[in-house]
Design a protein around this ligand. Structure first.
Ligand SMILES: [Fe+2]
Length: 372
């Protein structure tokens, strides 16, 4: 992962080093250096939580003073665009030194879940930021990052078949098992039988295009078409994938749809989005061939607000979940074609505001009229 991030930083053009200020992305040098800071903070500097609710590290950083501009909890989003210390050379140097120091500490760590927790946290944090860089690249029409497999969305479009193995995260939702999970994923409610008929297929581009062409999209969403869509000269729909305009693939799942746009479609068809428990149960149900109903192509929106499970306790990274239990964020489950394999898993809970359509999200629909 670090090698890919390093190569990405090396390959940035001068213009890409200073992108426009957009609330949903980070400037790339800040994002890369922040990843290195996070690993050093938890794995090398032994950061700890205090009784007063903050988090500290007593050991100094390899980059003197970098807490002031790389700690995401203390630097405002807009300020990330004006950090003069963040040159390409300084960022690359810190990426390398932080990784070397982290691996040196890992070599001495006991092989226990407790001792490995900061290293796993840093690894998954880095993977999350690599996906965030991918949606930054999509937002800004940059080339597709090298670690993203653009063909994966088509491969994942159909329901999985025998031998489809994409669950690779060391997920520990069973507290007796080994591995890692984020604090908001621990202690999930016991699964209930599904009584609602949930579509086994994600809503496709063709289905969504029909909705747009019916006029119902514009009537409810107040836009002519979804983001990153346009008509070609012959009237056919095209979709922007990173820096390329391509023909809209009818059978692929629709992507870059907000929860509000997904709901507009569902309501128009007499249905609704699934709740998180419904979707969670559905995505992990084994089919007769032993695979699950999960596609893994796009994040899947739910109706549910992001909320803690029973007995929630924040982990050491206190700001990961708890600040977002605010009723303003929806749960998405699964992962997308741009999620790194290391964390591509149907139990992954993500959370975004329902108007966000820049992330790699799609949806499926519950048809309540067919309820039995
Ligand atoms: Fe972060």
């Amino acid at each position: 992962m670090r090698g890919e991030l390093r190569a990405f930083v090396c390959g940035l053009t001068e213009a890409q080093l200073t992108p426009p200020i957009i609330e949903t992305i980070n400037p790339p040098l800040w994002e890369a250096a922040h990843v290195a800071w996070f690993a050093e903070w938890w794995c090398v500097r032994d950061a700890y939580n205090t009784d007063s609710g903050d988090t500290r590290a007593d050991r100094p950083s390899l980059w003197d003073g970098c807490d002031a501009f790389l700690n995401s909890n203390t630097i405002a989003h807009a300020a990330r665009w004006s950090v003069p210390q963040l040159t390409r050379a300084a960022t690359l140097d810190y990426l390398d030194r932080s990784l070397a120091a982290t691996l040196e500490r890992l070599d001495c760590a006991e092989p226990t879940d407790d001792a490995l927790c900061p290293f796993r946290l840093a690894m998954f944090h880095e993977a999350m930021h690599l996906e965030a860089i991918a949606w930054c690249a999509q937002t800004l029409a940059w080339p597709m990052p090298a670690w993203v497999d653009g063909s994966a969305i088509a491969r994942h479009a159909a329901p999985p078949t025998d031998g489809f193995v994409v669950q690779t995260r060391l997920l520990n939702v069973d507290t007796t098992a080994t591995g890692f999970c984020f604090d908001n994923e621990r202690n999930p409610p016991p699964p209930k039988p599904i009584t609602t008929p949930l579509s086994s297929a994600l809503v496709s581009n063709a289905q969504y295009a029909q909705f747009v062409e019916s006029g119902a999209f514009e009537a409810t969403v107040r836009a002519a078409h979804p983001r990153y869509w346009r008509r070609s000269s012959d009237g056919a729909w095209q979709q922007r994938r990173f820096d390329q305009w391509v023909a809209l693939a009818p059978d692929e799942p629709v992507v870059h749809i907000s929860a509000l746009e997904a709901e507009a479609f569902a309501v128009h068809h007499g249905g609704r989005l699934p709740t998180e428990p419904e979707l969670a149960r559905w995505l992990t149900l084994p089919s007769p061939n032993g695979a699950t109903a999960w596609h893994g192509a796009v994040w899947e929106w739910t109706l549910s607000d992001f909320a803690p499970y029973e007995n929630f306790k924040p982990d050491r990274y206190r700001e990961y979940s708890a600040p977002w239990f605010d009723g303003q964020h929806r749960v998405l489950r699964g992962a997308s074609f741009a999620t790194l394999n290391v964390m591509h898993h149907p139990n992954y809970r993500n959370f975004f505001q329902p108007q966000r359509g820049d992330v790699f999200a799609g949806f499926r629909v519950v048809d309540e009229s067919a309820q039995n």
